[in-house]
Design a protein around this ligand. Structure first.
Ligand code: FAD
Length: 116
């Protein structure tokens, strides 16, 4: 048919959402204020309530209840989020991501220059 744009399926929504979340974490302040740190905890709690894939949202709510958002520094937030994504990867049988490379993937580009 025509090249009409369609609603996002679970995979497209997931890929776009992880892109947003990891990019946000990689640009979060290195030393946030107490208020910023509290708001980022709230962000993830609210996000998990409204994420528009019900089974995904319910599992994510459980996961962040057991592993609450760590928002005291950029490093801590980026690592926490990478671990949450790896929990989903494991559930779906996808490969684990090396969390030491999270800023290369989402902010700085790979050290080999392949994103330059
Ligand atoms: P994605 O998992 O979307 O990853 C995109 C890119 O992120 C990868 O190509 C890689 O470069 C990078 N990446 C991978 N792992 C990490 C990591 N740990 N840290 C940083 N970067 C990483 N789908 C379901 O079927 N069931 C669910 O219950 C479910 N729950 C979800 C919960 C949330 C909160 C979100 C945001 C998505 C969820 N999804 C779920 C969608 C699923 O996680 C994937 O997004 C989707 O299957 C598409 O996968 P993908 O292979 O394109 O890569």
């Amino acid at each position: 048919l025509e090249d009409k744009e369609c609603p996002l399926d679970k995979e497209e929504l997931g890929k776009s959402t992880w892109g947003f979340l990891h990019t946000m974490a990689s640009y979060y302040p290195e030393k946030p204020t107490k208020s910023e740190a509290e708001k980022m905890v709230q962000f993830f709690n609210i996000f998990s309530q409204f994420y528009p894939c019900e089974p995904c949202a319910l599992d994510f709510q459980d996961d962040i209840k057991k592993n609450p958002p760590k928002t005291k520094t950029r490093e801590e937030l980026a690592k926490w989020l990478c671990d949450r994504h790896n929990t989903v990867n494991k559930k779906l049988g996808k490969p684990m991501f090396d969390c030491s490379k999270v800023h290369e993937r989402w902010k700085d580009g790979w050290l080999d220059g392949s994103c330059d």
